[in-house]
Design a protein around this ligand. Structure first.
Ligand code: UD1
Length: 337
């Protein structure tokens, strides 16, 4: 049974991936500093899978701890690296935190993995690297645009660092997965998204408004050049994203990768407007949502949805859940909080 290190394994996408890995028969060791997660997530993972992953609580910015951890766990066959800060607005206010947290930890990990001869690495990237792409749907060949935020920049720099490492060490194998907009929760409603404070992202804001925690959702702009004037995104169920990580990892472990660095879009290929997302919520919850159109939010792109051909045909993965499925799971999860 191969042992996999999942950094940030108690976070939103990390926890769903730990479940998928354990269900696929992998042994998991999680490193998480609980900076944007909770130890309760571990209980949720155990309740779903009936297996307890190993867990170590330390900060990957602490190089000595990282080195000691990897020395102790010298039987790790692959690493899925989620641990990172991810709030766009916070990254603008505190860029150094983002560069330190997202870049230093990546460098320390890569240094040690290279030293130890551990060669299988999955990197958590984002469609944010494309900025406002010129052509929809977005293929992996679309140019990387100037980053809109320090957060986005850390994903671009992270990919560039991995590319250089893969060039220098042909035995090092990596896959960068560029997520579109992950939403939803595990069908058991035992794990899901846990935003701290006021949510910045659309779906938790909607479900909290539906639950009466927020009074009203603000829709950021209705004068974009889209079908109904609101922005278009590719919302993808987090369990589909989690499954893609297992498939990507198996590809590396089975040495099926064609290049020692591969990049895949993880999206559904379907673009939905903010108003369509609200309709989906109203449909699955049977509730009217209180919302108001306000000004555009700075830094929002008009439209971003994935061309999924490469992920479908080369990786052999396809998103299964619809927007309604994902929204229903998010709503069920919200009702447990
Ligand atoms: C953002 C980041 C992305 C990051 C993702 C997950 C940018 C450009 N992208 O995606 O890199 O990976 O978060 O953390 O910042 N909206 C409202 N009202 C709200 C919240 C959102 O109308 O209260 C709208 C937004 O204008 C947008 C859509 O909903 O059109 C989705 O927003 P959001 O969930 O924040 O995700 P992104 O901005 O697409």
């Amino acid at each position: 049974m191969a042992k996999i290190l999942v950094t940030g394994g108690l976070g939103y996408i990390g926890s769903h991936t730990v479940v998928a890995l354990q269900e696929a028969g992998f042994k998991v060791v999680i490193v998480d500093n609980l900076s944007n997660s909770s130890i309760k997530v571990l209980e949720g993972i155990v309740a779903i899978t009936k297996q307890t992953p190993e867990f170590e609580n330390f900060d990957l910015r602490d190089k000595q701890s990282t080195v000691a951890f990897l020395k102790k766990h010298n039987d790790i066959s692959g690493v899925i690296h989620f641990a990172a800060s991810k709030a766009v607005g916070e990254s603008v206010e505190n860029p150094l935190l983002y560069y330190e947290n997202n870049i230093n930890t990546l460098i320390y990990l890569l240094q040690e993995l290279n030293r130890n001869g551990n060669t299988n690495f999955i990197f958590s990237s984002s469609c944010t690297v494309y900025g406002q792409a010129d052509v929809m749907p977005i293929t992996e060949a679309a140019p990387i645009k100037l980053a809109e935020s320090p957060y986005g920049n850390t994903k671009q720099i992270g990919e560039a660092i991995i590319k250089d490492v893969c060039n220098a060490n042909k035995n090092f194998n990596a896959i960068a997965l560029r997520y579109f907009n992950p939403i939803g929760a595990h069908s058991s409603a035992k794990i899901g998204e846990l935003p701290i404070g006021v949510p910045q992202n659309l779906i938790p804001y909607i479900t909290q408004t539906g639950a009466g925690i927020r009074e009203q959702l603000f829709v950021f702009g209705d004068n974009y050049p889209t079908t109904d004037g609101t922005c278009v995104r590719d919302y993808i169920h987090v369990v589909d994203i989690a499954n893609a990580h297992v498939i990507a990892l198996q590809r590396l472990l089975n040495k099926e990768n064609q290049d020692n660095l591969e990049v895949y879009n993880l999206g559904t290929g379907i673009g939905s407007t903010v108003l369509e997302v609200i309709k989906s919520f109203e449909h699955v919850s049977n509730k009217k949502l209180n919302y108001k159109i306000v000004n555009r939010r700075e830094g929002d792109v008009i439209s971003a949805y994935a061309n999924t051909k490469k992920a479908n045909n080369t990786l052999g993965w396809k998103a299964k859940s619809s927007l309604d499925d994902a929204m229903l799971s998010a709503w069920k999860w919200q009702q447990t909080l």
